[in-house]
Design a binder for this molecule. Structure first.
Ligand code: AP5
Ligand code: MG
Length: 213
């Protein structure tokens, strides 16, 4: 099963991808996470990506597309994958379509996690993430068992740099101009499913269970 997660920053793409990864045992490929890992490891790609990410801008398509195409060629993607945060622009979507056609593959579901902007701003201010394993929490909605500590690996939780309110505003603006048109692109392909992202995490899990079987 090949799945794309669409949705505004903070809609819950990462949270629901992790759930599906666990349930279906297919890799969760999050371009944002790959860039953050590169930043932590001080790679050349990380240095390039950081200058865009810190401002809430998109990393240029040419840096993203080749990275994802290489990743999809790995053996573990043969049984399916979840793409989180890619594609994010029309050129990225078209590059993915071309690659899928070349390899005789297809997208089964594009899940549009739908969340209004005012929800997003509140979400981002409360989000805390684990810098080690990537698990995501929310101070009020999804608190860790011990305050400030990751349930999964025991590391100290941090706030993402791009979750500062002015950066969030820019990320939302970029989302509406660059990424939102992809909803119609996948709707026209007959694979889009709208998922209400405002109904609480466990309720969304139940919706996904029903949808994907
Ligand atoms: P990326 O890391 O992909 O960030 P994003 O799309 O802005 O999305 P987030 O990860 O912030 O949110 P999310 O939807 O995963 O929500 P989460 O599950 O954490 O990208 C970062 C940057 O990298 C981009 O700005 C760009 O610069 C660059 N980049 C990445 N991919 C790129 C690409 N393809 N092209 C170009 N540039 C690229 O949830 C948010 C919070 O809400 C959490 O605290 C969670 O616990 C809580 N929550 C979620 N759902 C619920 C719910 N239903 N009920 C209650 N709480 C919930
Ligand atoms: Mg995410």
């Amino acid at each position: 099963m090949n799945i794309i997660m669409l949705g505004a920053p903070g809609a819950g793409k990462g949270t629901f991808s992790a759930y599906l990864e666990n349930k279906y045992q297919v890799p969760h490929i999050a371009t944002g996470d790959i860039f953050r890992e590169n930043i932590r490891n001080n790679t050349e790609l990380g240095a390039k990506a950081k200058s865009y990410m810190d401002k809430g801008e998109l990393v240029p398509d040419e840096l993203v597309v080749s990275l994802v195409v290489d990743r999809l060629a790995k053996d573990d993607c043969k049984k399916g994958y979840i793409l989180d945060g890619f594609p994010r622009t029309m050129p990225q979507a078209e590059a993915l379509s071309a690659e899928l056609e070349r390899t005789g593959s297809k997208i089964d579901y594009a899940l549009n996690i739908d969340c209004p902007d005012d929800f997003i701003v509140e979400r981002m201010s409360g989000r805390r993430v684990c810098p080690k394993c990537g698990a995501s929490y929310h101070l009020v909605n999804v608190p860790p068992k011990t305050e400030g500590i990751c349930d999964e690996c025991g590391s100290e939780l941090i706030q993402r740099k791009d979750d500062a309110p002015e950066t969030v505003a820019n990320r939302l603006k970029v989302y509406h101009t660059e990424t939102q048109p992809l909803i119609d692109y996948y709707r026209e392909q007959g694979v889009l499913e709208d998922v209400d992202g405002t109904i609480g995490r466990d309720n969304v899990f139940a919706v996904l269970d029903k949808l994907l079987g």
